[in-house]
Design a binder for this molecule. Structure first.
Ligand SMILES: [Zn+2]
Length: 169
């Protein structure tokens, strides 16, 4: 299961793909991708917050918060939250129950992709490889998610420069 760095990159990729108007909006979308790990606070990582149901609920909260005026942001928040569910499903996990409760509230089954695309972030700080393992996990996430993030950033940057050039509309 990726670190906050990997999850934030997932949110930024979604945000950049949907062309947010401000950096604040992009930051909000990135936070939505990290937010499902709030369940660490009550010691239950990978349960209800790690579901597509929670992703839809988050979008509905944004829709209500903006009084229906920003459905685009609501969709972005739902998609960014969903990347967290996807990445944790694709990641390694060594703490049972393995996987995520992806289809909550329809089902409380835990789904595990068995794909090991991302490393599991270790919280066992007493182990000798704690720092090296987590450093490798963050590097691997960055190597996987960095290129699409940089490509989208470059495309947005180019589009913005073109739209600001005199004589263009
Ligand atoms: Zn998570």
């Amino acid at each position: 299961m990726p670190s906050p760095v990997g999850h934030a990159l997932g949110g930024l990729i979604v945000g950049l793909a949907l062309n947010p108007r401000t950096l604040g909006t992009l930051g909000t979308i990135a936070c939505a991708a990290v937010f499902p790990d709030v369940d660490f606070l009550w010691g239950g990582h990978n349960r209800e917050t790690h579901s597509l149901g929670a992703a839809i609920l988050a979008g509905l909260v944004v829709l209500a918060w903006t009084r229906g005026r920003n459905p685009r942001l609501a969709i972005a928040v739902t998609l960014a939250w969903s990347t967290h569910v996807l990445f944790d499903w694709l990641g390694s996990d060594d703490t049972p129950p393995l996987g995520v409760m992806a289809l909550w509230p329809l089902s409380s089954t835990f789904y595990f992709g068995d794909a090991f695309v991302f490393e599991a972030i270790s919280r066992r700080y007493w182990l000798p490889n704690f720092v090296s393992h987590n450093a490798w996990a963050v590097i691997k996430e960055t190597l996987i998610l960095g290129p699409p993030f940089l490509l989208l950033t470059a495309l947005r940057w180019r589009a913005r420069r073109r739209s600001r050039r005199p004589g263009t509309t």
